[in-house]
Ligand binder design. Structure first.
Ligand code: NDP
Length: 251
């Protein structure tokens, strides 16, 4: 039996990048996956591609800053797959990267916090009643953070949102534990996704800085997410797992 055969999974921002790799990983291990992405066209394409490969996938046009669309996506997943067992909070929209916080505008802060931090809360709040009903207390939330939330890598607004997600993960873990639901976080280092398109030189320089000699691939993160969501991690909750090629320990 495949690890996630009877699971229903929601991946926010699942149309591309890390979210897409994560959705593909769950589907490859038998789950039904709802790709909940603000980009409906890409989400539909990714879901169709998973189905073409024999997997179970649907998509929903979902904006994590909008409670109504979050609630609808969660309800869609539970109805489509018979249960909602795993929520992956991955959606990402970041203001321009700035290394001088005096240049960051109020709108940058509002946007980054709304998508990366409050958006994860909205999705968790909507999903929790479903996750609490998951078979054998296997409900799990996995938040996608960043090394930016754990150390200084510039971009104060985004980093604060990701640092806030560390705390939200801990709170969720404590408050959802009595319901049999776990909450953990993966904190990636630099990962080769479309956000880096056109910045090959930056990626090459980053690769040299990473002790393991390369930047990460979306599949590196998907593997860690799948582990934390699985029953192999049944006694792990509230933790942040850095998946970052050794960069945090290197300076
Ligand atoms: P991508 O930009 O490649 O993918 C993010 C997806 O989220 C896009 O499809 C995007 O749609 C969608 N999205 C944007 N806003 C919303 C919203 N409001 N509601 C729902 N979906 C939305 O990002 P990555 O794959 O690179 O990053 C995924 C996660 O990994 C993020 O949480 C990010 O912070 C984290 N991370 C990434 C790193 C990296 O180097 N790539 C490093 C560390 C952490 P659209 O294209 O229309 O905007």
């Amino acid at each position: 039996m495949e690890r996630f055969e009877t699971y229903g999974v929601v991946v926010t921002g699942g149309a591309r990048g890390i979210g897409e790799a994560t959705a593909r990983r769950f589907a490859a291990e038998g789950a039904g996956v709802l790709i909940a992405d603000v980009d409906g066209e890409s989400g539909a394409r990714t879901a169709a591609s998973i189905r073409a490969g024999g997997g179970r996938a649907e998509h929903a046009v979902c904006d994590v800053t909008d409670r109504v669309s979050v609630d609808a996506a969660v309800a869609q997943a539970a109805a489509a797959f018979g249960s909602l067992d795993v929520l992956v909070n991955n959606a990402y929209a970041c203001s321009d990267h700035r290394d001088d916080f005096t240049e960051e505008r109020d709108e940058d802060w509002a946007r980054d916090l709304d998508v990366c931090l409050i958006g994860a809360m909205r999705c968790a709040r909507a999903a929790l009643p479903h996750l609490a009903k998951a078979r054998d207390r296997r409900g799990a939330i996995v938040n996608i953070g960043s090394v930016n939330g754990l150390s200084y890598f510039g971009n104060a607004a985004y980093s604060a949102a990701k640092a806030g997600l560390v705390s939200l993960t801990r709170s969720l873990a404590q408050e959802a534990a009595p319901l049999g639901v776990r909450a953990n976080m993966v904190a990636p280092g630099t990962i080769r996704t479309p956000v880096w398109d056109g910045r090959e030189a930056t990626l090459a320089a980053a690769a040299r800085a990473y002790p393991l000699g390369r930047v990460g691939e979306p599949s590196d993160i998907a593997a860690a997410v799948a582990f934390l969501a699985s029953t192999d991690a049944a006694w792990i909750t509230g933790v942040t797992l850095p998946v970052e090629g050794g960069i945090l320990g290197s300076n």
